[in-house]
Structures are given as structure tokens and as C-alpha cells.
Design a protein around this ligand. Structure first.
Ligand code: ADP
Ligand code: GLC
Length: 471
């Protein structure tokens, strides 16, 4: 049994802008189920209810931060949340706007965690503080640190002049520390000051050591290759399970798929694509940030030539992103109102309806550290069409043209043509109902639960502690 302190800037059910929030909520629960004591340190954003005050800090007690309190909430499964209640920083419309100012490790005194596990650049300074400021502090004398990269594209880069304000000595401003092209990078701090670095799929752990996917960090990561581990995210089956999903109008399972047809009808009615005759057409769903990372450029290419519209399919799209891509979908929906629908916004319920009711789920990502939606799709009998990158490559098996074995359709080249070719293949298999059902069932049978991944984290924690004790 380990005491684990998890530092993460999003955690369901309290906050989420993407997959990080899913992981921040589900991984602590999976670790608690294995018998570990987990405390999650996370901001109290606007709308999160008050908890029990366990500490209060006056202005300036930490790096000149405004007044803040720590509020505690303990869940039924034993996971403890410590919310950093600092209205000046977190009582805002959006999670990440304004200056970065979260240094949550100050509140850890009074417990002796075996493991401190920090996530993404927002928590990247935590390992640096542990090494530089709290080395030898009794609370952390036994702690090993683990840092998880969910997305290398966000590097937390600030001008070197912020260093004194962070209360870190100039000796950390080196290539082995947190200096990155003469700037400060919080992400680099997380990578260099922790015992073990993990990322969210095996494939992505390899990819980020190459110039194509390394975003300038490939050298830094190659240097840490011996301490770099890929552990795929899991599906939180309490929220994502077609057998008891309260956000679906009907339930279904591998043993009985009838409910899925009902969900499809409800989805089409909900988004206004239910004119007579539309029902038989395959529905391609997307729930995604509309940005280049998610392959929206490939879709734009297919829209420009008319190839996307020429597919005999309907499209149900949900997401927010750049005005260019939101506008592209809006225009397409206006032109093809009977078979293209776009909802711009963040909508949990519609996301479940799309996962449940669509026939296929499209993820043409340029890169994808893990990706959660393709795993939800597999579970909901919604066949994923994905680019073979990162976690998409690890979790989807391409359908074999000869045997029909496989769980989805993959393409390798980051081109519009490769994506269209995969979509054409998917549509031709869809036209053969018995073969299609086999593909759906193969996906639904796949086990992507959190349990196995949580066990891998526990092994990584043991290695981190061992390294920390030798240092
Ligand atoms: P990323 O974190 O890169 O955005 P993931 O696939 O890991 O990608 O996770 C995205 C998560 O956010 C999923 O749970 C997905 O359902 C959810 N999501 C993304 N966009 C929306 C949206 N517009 N409405 C509701 N949920 C969304
Ligand atoms: C990031 C990645 C996504 C991953 C998620 C959770 O947002 O883009 O692929 O699933 O983090 O790890």
C-alpha cells in the first residue's frame, strides 16, 4: 500500500477540458481499488462546491501568491481531493486563461507520500521544487516522483525573467534542468527532475523520441529513455458503459445490440437528421477539439475537393476549436442539412449519444498521445476509423481485407487521400451487415479498463522509489 500524491490540473467529476480530466479522475479511483491511498491536488475552479477547510495561507506565504485555502473532500472510494481554493487564480470562466500560477506542493506538509505523481506542464515544477526546495524535508524524504506527459505540444514556456519569481535558483537554468532555448520550460522541469517519466501509450513513448513527433524535446527524451515508460489510459467504465449509461435513451451490450439502433434513431432526431430515408445511411461521428492535432486539416482537404460530401454517409460532429474549422463545419451543415450536423460547444450528453448512436467514429489525428474516444467507441460498438499514431495505433486493429478480422480501420500517411481510402474501406464493410457486426463485437470484447494500467503505474512507482532512495 502506497501513499500517492497526484498533482493534476483537471479531474472529473470536477473539471475537464479533454482527456487529462478523464485521467485525473479515473486513475486515482483505479489506484484506490488496488488498495492505495491517493490524494489529488487540483484547483478549485468556478462552480466546484466548497469542501472542508484544512489549511489557509495568507498573501505572499508562497511565491507572492494571493490568499488561498485548501479544501478537502473525501470520496466514497477513499480518494481524497485537496482543492486549492484561490479565487484570484481559479474563479474564472475558463480553466487555463490568465497567468500560470499554481504551485500546489506547498500544501503537502503534514503527510509523507511515497509517491508524488505530477501531470503535464501545469504541474511540471512540482518535481523541481521537490528536488530543489524540499530536498531532505522530512515530509518528502521517502518520496519518489513520477511525471506523466499527456501532450508534448504544450510545453509551458516562459521568458527566463520569470525564474526569480518562481523561487528557484539559477543553477536549475541549464540544459539538464529547465532551460529550453534560453527560456524556462515547466514541461522540461517535469521531465528532468522526476525519477520516472511516463506517457500515455507505448507507441507515443517511442514517437516522442523522434524529430517528427518530439516537438524539439526528442533529444531531452532520448537522454531519459531509460526512465521513460508508456502506459495506455483506460476507460472509466462507471461513466462509459453502454449497458448502464444514464445519458443514453436505450441500453445495449455485445449480447444484445438492439438498443444501439434505438440510440441511433434518437441521435438523428436530436440533431435533426431524421428525415425519412436517412436512417439506413451510415453515421460517422466525431467528438473532438477542432484543431490541427485532431487532423481537421485532412478533413478540410476532403471538404475542399468535395470528396467528403461525396461519401454516402451522414456526419454528426461535436466540438470546439479554431474559427476556421468551426466555420468549415457550419458551412457544410448549411449546405447539406439532411446529412451533416455540427454542434459547436462542450456537451457531455451529446458526446455519449454520438458514441452510442454513430456507426463509425473518425479520428484522423496528426498525433495522439493516447486518445480516449476511440476506446469509448470500441466499447459502444462504434467502429473507429483512425490514423495509426500514438494510442490510436496501439488500441485499434486494422480490419484484414481477406478475413474480416480486426476492430477498426487505420491509415498511416497523414494525407487526405489516405484518410478517404480508410473511410471507403469502412463503408464497404458496413454494407455487409454480418461482417460489420463481427467487427463491432471484436471491438466490444476488447478490455481497455483502467485496472491493468493502474497496476503498471504501481510498478513504475516502485521503480521511482527505488531510484529516489539511491539518489
Ligand atoms: P484530448 O484530451 O486530446 O482532447 P482525448 O481523446 O484523450 O483527447 O479526450 C477527449 C475527452 O474530451 C473525451 O472524453 C471526449 O469525449 C471529451 N470531449 C472533447 N470534446 C468534447 C465536446 N465538445 N463535448 C463533450 N466532450 C468532449
Ligand atoms: C491529451 C492527449 C490525448 C490523451 C489525453 C489523456 O489531451 O491529447 O491523446 O488521451 O491527454 O492522457
Amino acid at each position: 500500500m502506497l501513499g500517492i500524491l497526484m498533482v493534476v490540473s483537471e479531474a472529473i467529476p470536477y473539471s475537464k477540458t479533454g482527456g487529462l480530466g478523464d485521467v485525473g479522475g479515473a486513475l486515482p479511483t483505479a489506484l484506490a481499488h488496488l488498495g492505495h491511498h491517493v490524494t489529488v491536488v487540483t484547483p478549485r475552479y468556478r462552480g466546484i462546491e466548497e469542501g472542508k477547510p484544512v489549511a489557509a495561507f495568507g498573501r505572499g506565504s508562497w511565491l507572492g501568491a494571493p490568499d488561498f485555502r485548501v479544501l478537502e473532500r473525501v470520496h466514497g472510494d477513499g480518494v481524497r481531493f485537496w482543492f486549492v481554493d484561490c479565487p484570484a487564480y481559479y474563479d474564472r470562466e475558463e480553466l487555463y486563461e490568465g497567468p500560470q500560477g499554481d504551485h500546489p506542493d506547498n500544501y503537502m506538509r503534514g503527510m509523507r507520500p511515497a509517491i508524488v505523481h505530477a501531470h503535464d506542464w501545469q504541474a511540471g515544477l512540482v518535481p523541481a521544487y521537490l528536488k530543489e526546495r524540499f530536498r531532505g524535508h522530512p515530509a518528502f524524504s521517502e518520496a519518489g516522483t513520477v511525471f506523466t506527459i499527456h501532450n508534448l505540444a504544450y510545453q509551458g514556456i516562459f521568458g527566463r525573467e520569470v525564474l526569480p519569481a518562481l523561487d528557484l535558483p539559477w543553477d536549475v537554468f541549464t540544459g539538464e534542468g529547465l532551460e529550453f532555448w534560453n527560456n524556462v520550460s515547466f514541461l522540461k522541469a517535469g521531465i528532468n527532475f522526476s525519477e520516472i517519466v511516463t506517457t500515455v501509450s507505448r507507441r507515443y513513448a517511442q514517437e516522442i523520441q523522434t524529430p517528427e513527433q518530439g516537438f524539439g524535446f526528442e533529444g531531452i527524451l532520448q537522454r531519459r529513455a531509460g526512465a521513460l515508460v508508456g502506459i495506455r489510459n483506460g476507460v472509466d467504465t462507471t461513466t462509459w458503459n453502454p449497458e448502464n449509461d444514464p445519458l443514453l435513451p436505450a441500453r445495449f451490450s455485445a449480447a444484445d445490440l438492439a438498443g444501439k439502433a434505438e440510440v441511433k434513431r434518437a441521435l438523428l432526431a436530436r440533431v435533426g437528421l431524421d428525415a425519412p430515408g436517412q436512417w439506413a445511411r451510415p453515421v460517422i461521428g466525431m467528438v473532438s477539439r477542432m484543431v490541427d492535432q485532431k487532423g481537421l486539416d485532412l478533413i478540410a482537404g476532403a471538404v475542399a475537393t468535395g470528396a467528403l460530401q461525396a461519401l454516402d454517409a451522414s456526419f454528426v460532429i461535436l466540438g470546439t476549436g479554431t474559427p476556421q474549422y468551426e466555420g468549415m463545419w457550419r458551412k457544410l451543415a448549411a449546405k447539406h442539412p439532411s446529412r451533416v450536423s455540427v454542434t459547436v460547444g462542450f456537451n457531455e450528453e451529446l458526446a455519449h449519444l454520438i458514441e452510442g448512436g454513430a456507426d463509425m467514429f473518425l479520428m484522423p489525428s496528426r498525433f495522439e498521445p493516447c486518445g480516449l474516444n476511440q476506446m469509448y467507441s470500441l466499447r459502444y460498438g462504434t467502429v473507429p476509423v483512425v490514423r495509426a499514431t500514438g494510442g490510436l495505433d496501439d488500441t485499434v486493429t486494422d480490419v484484414d481485407e481477406a478475413t474480416g478480422d480486426g476492430t477498426g480501420f487505420k491509415f498511416r500517411a497523414h494525407t487526405t487521400d489516405a484518410m478517404l481510402e480508410a473511410l471507403h474501406r469502412a463503408l464497404s464493410w458496413y454494407a455487409r451487415p454480418a461482417a460489420w457486426r463481427r467487427i463491432q463485437l471484436a471491438g466490444m470484447a476488447q478490455d481497455n479498463s483502467w485496472e491493468a494500467s493502474a497496476r503498471e503505474y504501481v510498478e513504475v512507482y516502485a521503480r521511482a522509489r527505488e531510484r529516489a532512495s539511491r539518489a
